[in-house]
Design a protein around this ligand. Structure first.
Ligand code: CP3
Length: 318
């Protein structure tokens, strides 16, 4: 969950010399950036340095990261006809992501801890393709879903077929688990969530080799019943839900990850550490809980606070 990033002086230094996309496309830089949090934070798992939007390119979209506006995709997907124009067969994924595969193989050789690969969950990638950028309310996406559900589902199907290939490449190269990010699921009603998120995540799950699947969605607290029925191995929670309630609803075979609001990283290091201990007291001694944040690390938090949080978790579990 954004382990590496602008809160790290070492990452900022790398970004002075390379654009974000240059790093994402260069195997040596992917390896170096993925390793940064391992050296600086001593976390128990690494997450591949990449982005959920990279998959838009083999689907025919141009991706650009603007320092002020964030990600921009063009053309903005505007109509049923444009869905038809997306190449039906994702046969260039292994070519486009050969650098990613090489980086994963090298990381597998170097790392003594598991490497997590990832992709967007289909609904969230669809929302970026439709909006062309980060949108706070997803009004264009939700209007499309209401006006033309058939083409919306056709788009999700197409995204699924690309995502399966992309995740298969990561699994084959050596990822130990795969995380799906449904960052914008929080804009849906529970019944829309059941219709546009759940079936496509399960489709991915069923099309992939036997590898643990972690599902993250924002708005976790709104969808507890749907999540409990979902066929994934780990639910990665934001901070909208009560952990005891989530644990009570999920089958014992499903692990839970996350839940700490990253805004706590703005507290003083000792305060953030004590909030972490309080959270762990709540879940202790659940063996199926993985400490993580409820979303990514903000770019301007002090590195020392992130280090204090990781140290508090390690101390607690000793
Ligand atoms: O943690 C890691 O080291 C893995 C890398 C990772 C990134 N993005 C790198 C990144 C992961 C897991 C992601 C996932 C991702 N990307 C999501 C899902 C998680 C979430 O945040 O909800 C989303 C929605 C994106 C799309 C995205 N990428 C946005 C909206 C932005 C801009 C936001 C911002 O902070 O400017 C990015 C850029 C991005 N992806 C950065 C990093 C390190 C910052 C890029 C930079 O300027 O250096």
């Amino acid at each position: 969950m954004r382990q590496a990033g602008r809160y790290m002086p070492q990452y900022r230094e790398l970004r002075r010399r390379h654009t974000f996309l240059e790093i994402c496309r260069n195997p040596e830089l992917i390896v170096a950036t993925t390793l940064l949090p391992i050296d600086l934070l001593d976390v128990d798992a690494a997450i591949l340095f990449a982005d959920i939007l990279l998959l838009a390119e083999p689907m025919g979209f141009k991706l650009h990261f603007d320092d002020h506006q964030g990600p921009l995709l063009s053309p903005q997907l505007g109509s049923t006809r444009a869905v038809d124009a997306i190449p039906p067969s994702p046969d260039n994924i292994y070519e486009v992501f050969s650098g990613t595969a090489a980086a994963i193989r090298e990381l597998k050789r170097i790392l003594k801890i598991p490497l997590i690969g990832f992709a967007a969950a289909p609904f969230t990638l669809a929302s970026y393709l439709i909006e062309g950028r980060t949108s706070r309310d997803l009004s264009v996406t939700k209007r499309w879903l209401i006006e033309d559900p058939e083409s919306f589902h056709a788009l999700l199907e197409k995204i699924c077929s690309y995502t399966v290939e992309y995740l298969r490449l990561q699994a084959e190269a050596g990822a130990a688990a795969l995380q799906l990010f449904d960052s914008w699921a929080c804009q849906l009603s529970p019944s829309q969530f059941a219709s546009v998120c759940v079936p496509y995540v399960e489709k991915l799950r069923n099309s992939l080799p036997d590898i643990p699947i972690i599902y993250f969605c924002r708005g976790t607290g709104c969808y507890i019943d749907e999540l409990a029925r979902m066929k994934v191995d780990v639910i990665s929670a934001d901070w909208s839900c009560d952990l005891a309630q989530l644990r009570g609803a999920l089958p014992a075979t499903m692990a839970i990850q996350g839940n700490l609001d990253p805004i706590w990283l703005y507290a003083k290091p000792h305060e953030a550490a004590s909030i972490v201990r309080r959270l762990l007291d709540e879940v202790f001694p659940d063996p199926a809980y993985i400490f993580n944040l409820g979303h990514g690390i903000p770019p301007d938090v002090p590195l020392e606070t992130v280090q204090a949080v990781v140290a508090a978790v390690k101390e607690y579990s000793r």
